[in-house]
Design a binder for this molecule. Structure first.
Ligand code: GDP
Ligand code: MG
Length: 342
């Protein structure tokens, strides 16, 4: 049997381009079960093996806020692909890795295809892929999908990961959430609650994220356990609203970004932009965004525009009038006498 791989990433990260590069454009298009989201499947032949590749819908997250997110997640849970090829836009690392973190929390092996390396380079972004790989504990392969660059390297890395499993990533969500997560995990583990999902920690996180799909499933599956979990979540929500004026979902998103930033700050990304260009644009910015000069300049520009419109508009209006006067004369000389001319 061929190894099944899921191709996932943010919208516009180059997923379709990479899919075509891997499968040669030959594909089977259908729908995901029960929904009208398009499902593309293709076969990838390589010296490293045969891979069935499914193109997941482009998403920024894996919560249940949109149909695409639910479809992507359901596929990962139900069809159990050997791994995810996570295409990441190198020129937009922080936002793209937010999704990668969520695959890693599911405990699915991930191979990061770092795409748009040409764009990153043009913007002066230099990425230490080896460092990124060792910090994330997942392979990272630079590619330029549009130019077909990096196919062999990517497939080699994929084949190298296949037999392995991946420990779910556990990041700290702060004391309040971590305590609640710990309690919930134990309940989930002991009751074998929603055991079709990747791991107890993940199910607990989904409850804290107020994930409607998982919570409905939980209630159907085991109402008593679901109620216990919901009670813990409710208590935490009230506590957080009173003490920090926030809610668990916001804290979870903050910590995921915190994790990504902590990784990126360890020397993964360097900006070696053209010094002179930065200096000039910084200098202009300094003046334009100055507390005092900024608004003064804006008012001066608006006044100038106003003044210009009223004082100098006569001149171009005069030009237009004389142009049309000339035009009408020329036309009336050319046209014969009659209705059209009058
Ligand atoms: P999807 O929304 O993730 O399926 O993204 P697409 O595959 O449709 O790609 C979005 C755009 O990015 C297209 O215009 C591609 O040609 C372009 N693109 C894809 N890969 C690269 C790349 O490596 N470098 C550059 N410069 N552009 C790319
Ligand atoms: Mg696409």
């Amino acid at each position: 049997m061929n190894t099944s791989l899921a191709l996932a990433g943010n919208p516009n990260s180059g997923k379709t381009t990479l899919f075509n590069m891997l499968t040669g454009g030959r594909q089977h298009v259908g729908n995901y079960p029960g929904v009208t989201v398009e499902k593309k499947q293709g076969l990838c032949k390589s010296e490293f093996g045969l891979f069935d590749i499914v193109d997941l819908p482009g998403t920024y997250s894996l919560t249940a806020y949109s149909l695409e997110e639910v479809v992507a997640r359901d596929f990962l849970v139900n069809d159990n692909p050997a791994m995810v090829i996570n295409i990441v836009d190198a020129s937009n690392l922080e936002r793209n890795l937010y999704l990668s973190v969520q695959f890693m929390e599911m405990g699915i092996p991930v191979c990061i295809a770092l795409n748009m390396m040409d764009v990153a380079q043009k913007r002066g972004i230099e990425i230490d892929t080896e460092k990124l790989s060792s910090l994330l504990k997942q392979p990272v392969v630079p590619i330029i999908a549009r130019e077909g660059k990096g196919r062999e390297e990517l497939l080699k890395a994929v084949a190298g990961v296949i037999p392995k499993t991946s420990d779910p990533l556990q990041i700290s969500y702060g004391q309040d959430l971590d305590t609640a997560l710990g309690e919930m995990e134990e309940i989930i583990r002991n009751a074998a609650f929603l055991s079709q999902y990747p791991n107890p920690h993940w199910v607990a996180l989904k409850y804290l994220e107020n994930d409607s799909q998982i919570m409905e499933m939980g209630t159907k599956h085991d109402e008593q356990t679901a109620l216990k979990l919901e009670t813990i979540v409710e208590k935490l929500k009230v506590h957080m609203a009173n003490t920090l004026d926030t809610h668990p979902e916001a804290v979870i998103a903050d910590h995921r970004y915190g994790y990504v930033n902590a990784v990126l700050k360890q020397g993964v990304v360097k900006f070696n932009q053209d010094e002179s260009r930065i200096q000039i644009s910084d200098k202009i910015d300094n003046v334009l965004t100055d507390r005092f000069f900024g608004p003064v300049l804006m008012i001066a520009m608006l006044l100038g525009l106003y003044q210009f419109t009223f004082s100098f508009s006569d001149i171009p209006v005069g030009w237009l009038e004389s142009f049309f006067g000339w035009l009408s004369e020329v036309v009336s000389q050319m046209l014969p006498e009659g209705h059209l001319k009058s």
